[in-house]
Design a protein around this ligand. Structure first.
Ligand code: ZN
Ligand code: ZN
Length: 276
């Protein structure tokens, strides 16, 4: 049996294995649900025929990569160009050949990173195609990275480029990290925040979770760590692995954490209009 990549169709997590894997470490973990009808692993060789996708420009030097139909948690991959260097953060669930060609015309990927396992998507494909010099994951999540190869594990913070810095926040996942783009005023916040949006993309509520599906709250210690790391950062928009929220900035994020810290631990979705 040859080593290949398999996606868990329940959550989208990819594993390198020599046969359909026995289980999925994301789904067996408390932070995701198990599939209702047993495991269904999609081998990479069957994925190209099943998906389409797009690399869509959002603004100058900033793109989002999406896959359809949805695969697993179905996040999106972000791509930004800084000083002529392309940085990919989080991954689309699958990159079609056309999507990879599109990224190649944009200059490929020189630096690759992600917040935590729910945002990895098919990062392994970006590494296989573009062989980026830096693949950075916080050291406490290294155990989740078997599908690709981390070149630069880090402790508390890692400056990828001037003004573009990873900060370890933990909480939801032990090794969860946020990426702060100082110049753009943008925080790639992983699952530190879940942003509820209307159909047309307007943000209306914000929440934080240890486990989203089971509504398990974070402890005050975990929330305080989020606040300690995020409050000193300046930003006017956030990007989770799932949502782009150009209308949620530092003020709402810090206010949501302060509200949660003032109450007994419970998952609450705070209306953004009540937070400013
Ligand atoms: Zn899974
Ligand atoms: Zn997550």
């Amino acid at each position: 049996m040859a080593l290949t990549h398999y996606a868990c169709t329940n959550c989208g997590f990819w594993q390198a294995y020599f046969a359909p894997p026995p289980d999925c470490p994301v789904c067996t973990d408390v932070r995701n649900d198990l599939p209702e009808d047993g495991w269904d692993f999609l081998p990479a060789r069957e994925a190209e025929a099943r998906f389409t996708g797009e690399v869509r420009q959002i603004s100058d030097g900033f793109w989002a990569a999406r896959t359809s139909p949805p695969l697993g948690l179905n996040g999106q991959g972000w791509l930004m160009r800084k000083d002529g260097v392309n940085v990919a953060f989080e991954g689309a669930p699958y990159y079609t050949n056309a999507m990879l060609d599109e990224i190649e015309t944009l200059g490929g990927v020189q630096i690759l990173a992600a917040s935590h396992a729910h945002g990895y998507g098919a990062l392994w494909q970006l590494q296989a195609r573009f062989d980026p010099e830096v693949v950075a994951i916080q050291k406490d999540d290294l155990r989740m990275t078997k599908a690709f190869k981390v070149t630069l594990p880090y402790d508390d913070a890692l400056e990828l480029l001037p003004g573009l810095t990873l900060h370890h926040v933990g909480g939801h996942y032990e090794g969860q990290a946020v990426l702060h783009d100082e110049g753009a005023g943008r925080l790639f916040c992983g699952d530190v925040f879940k942003i509820d949006q209307t159909e047309d993309g307007r943000s209306h509520a914000i929440s934080s979770h240890k486990a989203f599906h089971k509504d398990i709250p974070l402890t005050h210690g975990e929330l305080q760590r989020y606040r300690d790391v995020i409050a000193p950062l300046d930003f006017t928009e956030v990007c989770t692995p799932f949502e782009h929220a150009p209308d949620v900035g530092r003020g709402a994020c810090v206010a949501a954490l302060d509200r949660a810290l003032s109450e007994t631990p419970k998952v609450r979705r705070y209306a953004l209009k009540d937070l400013s």
